[in-house]
Design a protein around this ligand. Structure first.
Ligand code: IMP
Ligand code: MG
Length: 181
């Protein structure tokens, strides 16, 4: 039987490590957003696993909404050209918005999203990402909250995909180069 694990070089971050960090970040968000009724915005599809674990661990009133985007790029690189496939349901004017992403790589996707949502007059707008691939940054984007730093390797699992595969892995693993080369 073929297993998704056969395509991994190794498991980088275990379920237990993820759970521990997500709880820690949820705690910080609780402290920072108590009485602010923040709007948590999941960027589909990569952030779904992280998003659901994160909001379940935040014991404060908050709202959730979803935005689906596709960023154009070749293979494993994004170009910064972003298409919105599904916009938010509600107005965000006056709301404290937290964008929840899977990974910040070049930063082009988030630069675009932050600018677009920022133009709708929210009270504030912050970025919370599961992974931060700092070494690949090509923009001045810095996540306000992040769970893990990752090196310049292509990672999958816990929402992150390669060609729509591996999102359902409960861990985060480094994909074998032969899979995407
Ligand atoms: P950026 O615009 O270059 O910051 O790219 C952000 C998007 O690229 C993320 O939302 C992911 O969909 C994708 N991405 C970047 N690095 C990885 C990775 O290592 N694994 C899976 N997806 C990635
Ligand atoms: Mg993706």
């Amino acid at each position: 039987m073929s297993s998704m694990y056969d395509d991994l070089k190794y498991v980088l971050i275990t379920k237990e490590q993820i759970s521990e960090r997500v709880k820690a970040i949820a705690g910080r968000l609780e402290d920072d957003y108590r009485d602010k009724n923040p709007l948590m915005v999941a960027i589909l599809k990569g952030s779904v696993m992280f998003f659901s674990d994160l909001v379940k661990n935040m014991k404060i009133p908050l709202g959730i909404d979803f935005m689906a985007i596709s960023s154009y790029g070749s293979g494993t690189r994004s170009s910064g050209e972003v298409r919105v496939n599904k916009d938010l349901d509600k107005k965000i004017e006056g709301r404290h918005v937290i964008i929840v992403e899977d990974i910040v790589d070049s930063g082009y996707t988030l630069m675009y999203l932050k600018r677009m949502l920022g133009s709708r007059n929210p009270a504030s707008i912050k970025i919370c990402t599961l992974l931060d691939k700092k070494s690949r940054r090509e923009t001045p984007i810095t996540p306000d909250y992040y769970c893990f730093d990752v090196a310049d390797e292509f990672v999958v699992g816990y929402g992150l995909d390669y060609s729509e595969k591996y999102r359902n892995l409960p861990e985060i693993g480094v994909l074998k180069e032969e899979i995407y080369q």
